[in-house]
Design a protein around this ligand. Structure first.
Ligand code: CMC
Length: 437
């Protein structure tokens, strides 16, 4: 059997080194011994944007980007989306196994018990302007929960951690719905403990004067499936933020708020909102070819396309396309779907996209479903944040229990000025005459 090791010859010193390989990776710290002399700091790797650096070991989510595979705790996403509820999947992601019937009952009861938010948090939300973006309101309000639960800073207490996890999963839909009601000027609707996680969310969003909100079961199930698809995605930008902020032992509310901030960007979770804007801008199917030319000439990005890891069809996008058909049976077909399908058809045949392995990602079709269900585009990323909170918290838990993890602190390659003497204010900007020799 070949040895699991890497031999390195340093041409600068002619020294050779043997670096062990574990799980297809070498430890960056093993490179530090490679030095030109005693004063040399040692070799580092340079990897902007973590293109090829594993920052942790994780047993939560498996992705094979070339084959288009996604699994939570070993279960294929397709099976989970078809057979589970979101809270069942949340349990699986957090605790490693699917719950038994009593475990699930207890878990659903615990989450339901934590859906209320403190009245002062409600007042906090009232301070936002009517046109505040829901993601800004969500991230700030989640951060504010840190002040309501000061014990959450004891991040080494497993019982207290579990309590904050239940609170966050329970309260996220409530805060999300309140950001929406706030922007419309509608009164907030209290959670209804008799409803399922997604039905209750829909009730808090859309209930008006009726005594009890009755969610359409097809739409509630579609939302549940969308939540399952968004629950975790290993070391993406926002999860990396969650782990990084959590590594300083900040409390989970502040870490989750930071992760939500990362999610809001248009290259990450904010892409679903951008896809809808793009489809509106294109306007009709016949304008798609001209738009694609602009993308190919580098003037625009095709939002909802491309992925750092998937170099094949995003498996979540396939399931979303299937769920879209079910939703459209209830809501009627969205005209935007024709534009999206035409964009996809051209992209999958065009050399520009084929060569770069650009396929639709999770955000390409989700916005069309959300809009058909009655959601406004500016709340789409909030709909992503609710289920991803589960993934963030599972990764946070795993990070805190990993004895190899420390405070996240990357190195840099310094490219600035060498040492120079301080310049007094009166001398700055004054040209110093070159002495005549
Ligand atoms: N449209 C047009 N060209 C693209 C696109 C796109 N959407 N995405 C990548 N490319 C091109 C890019 O210009 C580059 O071309 P070249 O080699 O000629 O310079 C090549 O493909 C490789 O792209 P990259 O930017 O190096 O890839 P990345 O891994 O750094 O970026 C990405 C991944 C998702 C940020 C990027 O594909 C993108 O900006 N997509 C649009 C935004 C989007 O849909 N984001 C949601 C991602 S999935 C859900 C989530 O994570 O939240």
């Amino acid at each position: 059997m070949p040895k699991e090791a890497l031999s390195i010859l340093d041409e600068r010193t002619h020294a050779t080194y043997e670096i062990p390989i574990h799980n297809g990776a070498i430890r960056a710290m093993d490179l530090r011994q490679i030095k030109t002399g005693p004063d040399d700091f040692g070799l580092m790797t340079y990897d902007p944007a973590f293109m090829n650096t594993a920052s942790c070991r994780s047993a939560i989510t498996f992705i094979d980007g070339d084959k288009g595979i996604l699994r939570y705790r070993g279960y294929p996403i397709e099976q989970l989306a078809e057979r589970c509820t979101f809270l069942e999947v949340a349990y699986l992601i957090l605790f490693g196994d699917l719950p038994t019937a009593p475990q699930l009952k207890e878990w659903v009861g615990q989450i339901t018990h934590h859906t209320m938010i403190h009245e002062t948090t409600k007042k906090f939300l009232e301070g936002f302007r009517y046109d505040a973006h829901p993601m800004g309101m969500l991230a700030s309000t989640v951060a504010a929960l840190s002040t309501a639960y000061p014990e959450s800073r004891h991040v080494h207490d497993p019982e207290l951690r579990r309590l904050q996890i239940m609170r966050l999963i329970g309260k996220m839909p409530t805060i999300a719905a309140y950001t929406y009601r706030h922007s419309l000027g509608y009164p907030y609707v209290y959670p209804d403990n008799e409803l399922s996680y997604t039905e209750n969310f829909m009730s808090m969003l859309w209930k008006m004067a009726e005594p009890k909100y009755a969610a359409d079961p097809v739409l509630a199930r579609a939302l549940d499936i969308l939540f399952i698809l968004h629950a975790d995605h290993e070391q993406n930008c926002s999860t990396n933020v969650m782990r990084s902020v959590g590594s300083s032992h900040a409390d989970p509310y502040l870490a989750t708020a930071a992760a939500a901030a990362a999610l809001s960007g248009p290259l990450h979770g904010g892409a679903n909102e951008e896809v809808l804007r793009m489809l509106d801008e294109i306007g009709s199917k016949d304008k798609v070819p001209a738009y694609m030319e602009k993308v190919k000439s580098g003037q625009l990005k095709l939002m909802g396309f491309g992925h750092r890891v998937y170099k094949n069809y995003d498996p979540r996008a396939l399931i979303i396309k299937w769920a879209a058909d079910k939703v459209f049976e209830v809501t009627g077909r969205s005209a935007k779907l024709d534009i999206a399908l035409e964009l996809e058809r051209i992209a999958l045949e065009d050399d520009y996209f084929v060569k770069r392995k650009l396929y639709p990602n999770v955000d390409f079709y989700s916005g069309i479903i959300y809009q058909a269900m009655g959601f406004r585009p500016d709340i789409f990323t909030v709909l992503f944040a609710i289920p991803r909170t589960v993934g963030w918290l599972a990764q946070w838990e795993e990070m805190l229990g990993d004895s190899e993890q420390k405070i996240a602190r990357p190195r840099q390659v310094y490219t600035g000025q060498a040492v120079r003497d301080f310049m007094p204010l009166e001398k700055r900007g004054v040209e110093i005459a070159t002495p005549v020799v």
